[in-house]
Design a protein around this ligand. Structure first.
Ligand code: GLY
Ligand code: MN
Ligand code: MN
Length: 464
């Protein structure tokens, strides 16, 4: 945990940004896999972690703004619990570490909220994403799940605060990124013809686990990088394949890293792979250089898209004016997703609070309809203190190519004959994590190789 003062200061800031009422925070529960006492891995809710830091299932908290009180709700272990789980630090002591002096049994949360509601006070709550918490909030407030109305005022105040990372949070994120760097170097050392995708996935997870880290998301470790979120891992690597590794560690305190590298299973890139890789790397490097406060991330996304188009024109897959091509969304045949997202306690930071609030503004809302832009999670102006990913890519999706070609879609910008030569090419993505500074940006972590020469040399030296 951070210091008690940290949590007190964070709560004081939040409290000053919401006019009145009660702020309700729900921790997560242990979700059963196949019966109650066999749960999935427990991960505390990130907003709960941010304001209270306590990593325990089935706890809640309130900040009563009107009465200036903060209470953690939860149950101390019963003697039955102690028989099975052993003595543990009490919830009271954990709460004190978060700077909270008052704890109450979980069952009293309901009475507290009912009393507040009956005197006409507002209960602010966030959009629950775990089914159990949807049911719980509805029960606590005496309404149906369909009638839940999360507090926009609370969401906005939290997003404003959590978006600007503290120095101690950056230390945590860099720790996560550096473990992620090691995971990626290990993958580059062990991926080779004959290995299974899952062998690489297992090895990098083992490395992270030995450094007391979890995964910040299920790793994408695949020879089919054209499939954006591909979790199938049974393929055998073979000569000529491209290997895409999108994986990141999460520190014990919950902070994420999120990196992608793509490299050949053979000792060197083929000419075709190298040419495509350099198109993506060029878009990445140009996008990185544009990072600074005041610049709209959507504009960086569109610029990166234009660099991809320019590269694809050079290779003969696209044609025409690159700017016009991007205006017509022709690049989305190859780059169907967004350039990046916020990162912090969540790999897609605060995504549970709503993409519109995290990545956009009321004046410039998210485009939720246009193919490509609807997958851009971050569009608004960058601010000093944001942590973002930059992750351009080229993805060949045969089914998408066939649909576009049958509709002759964007035929002014796309050479379908040439594209079909690449239809089974797969995908390439390069992804790093950046802090936006007062006038520019800083790469987080110690840096991970990404040029063709560096990757080929590293693999030549270290393949074991
Ligand atoms: N690892 C998921 C992403 O890059 O957004
Ligand atoms: Mn990412
Ligand atoms: Mn990623």
């Amino acid at each position: 945990m951070f210091s008690a003062q940290t949590y007190q200061d964070r709560r004081a800031i939040l409290q000053s940004n919401v006019a009145n009422g009660i702020l309700l925070f729900l921790g997560n529960i242990e979700n059963p896999v196949n019966f109650e006492h066999n749960p999935y891995y427990f991960r505390q809710d990130s907003t709960y972690l941010y304001y209270f830091g306590i990593q325990e299932p089935r706890i809640a908290a309130i900040i009563d703004i009107d009465e200036n009180k903060t209470i953690v709700f939860g149950d101390e272990l019963s003697i039955d619990d102690i028989v099975w789980m052993g003595r543990q630090e009490t919830l009271k002591d954990k709460s004190l570490k978060a700077g909270v002096e008052e704890t109450l049994p979980y069952a009293e949360l309901s009475q507290y909220l009912l009393k507040a509601q009956s005197s006409g006070r507002k209960v602010h709550y966030l959009p629950p994403y775990q089914s159990s918490n949807k049911i719980l909030v509805a029960d606590l407030l005496g309404i149906k799940i369909a009638e839940l109305q999360p507090s926009v005022e609370m969401i906005k105040a939290i997003v404003k605060q959590r978006s600007i990372k503290e120095a101690q949070e950056i230390v945590q994120i860099e720790e996560a990124v550096n473990v992620s760097n090691e995971m990626h170097l290990l993958a580059m050392r062990i991926a080779r013809p004959g290995r299974k995708e899952y062998e690489v996935a297992n090895a990098i997870q083992y490395l992270a686990a030995n450094k007391e880290c979890e995964m910040s998301y299920p790793p994408i470790v695949t020879i089919n990088g054209g499939i954006l979120h591909n979790h199938y891992r049974l393929n055998t690597l073979k000569e000529g394949d491209l290997f895409l590794n999108d994986s990141g560690a999460e520190t014990a305190m919950g902070y994420a890293g999120d990196l992608t590298r793509t490299f050949p299973v053979s000792s060197t890139f083929t000419t075709k792979q190298k040419e495509m890789y350099e198109v993506v790397l060029n878009a990445f490097e140009n996008a990185q250089r544009l990072l600074k406060p005041g610049v709209r991330f959507k504009d960086i996304h569109l610029k990166a898209s234009q660099h991809l188009v320019e590269g694809l024109i050079d290779l003969g897959l696209m044609k025409g004016n690159p700017e016009e091509a991007v205006k017509n969304h022709a690049h989305t045949l190859f780059f169907q997703c967004g350039l990046g997202h916020m990162m912090g306690l969540d790999v897609h930071d605060m995504e549970d609070l709503g993409e519109q609030y995290i990545g956009y503004t009321e004046q410039e809302p998210k485009d939720t309809k246009t193919f490509g832009l609807k997958s851009l999670r971050l569009g608004k102006e960058l601010e000093s203190g944001f942590v973002v990913t930059v992750e351009p890519g080229i993805y060949m999706i045969p089914e998408l190519i066939d649909i576009w070609q049958s509709e002759n879609k964007n035929a002014d910008f796309i050479n379908y004959d040439k594209v079909n030569e690449y239809r089974n090419f797969g995908g390439i993505r390069v992804e790093d994590d950046f802090l936006i500074t007062d006038d520019s940006y800083r790469l987080l972590g110690n840096g991970l190789i990404k040029t063709v020469a560096d990757i080929e040399n590293y693999r030549a030296e270290h393949l074991d």
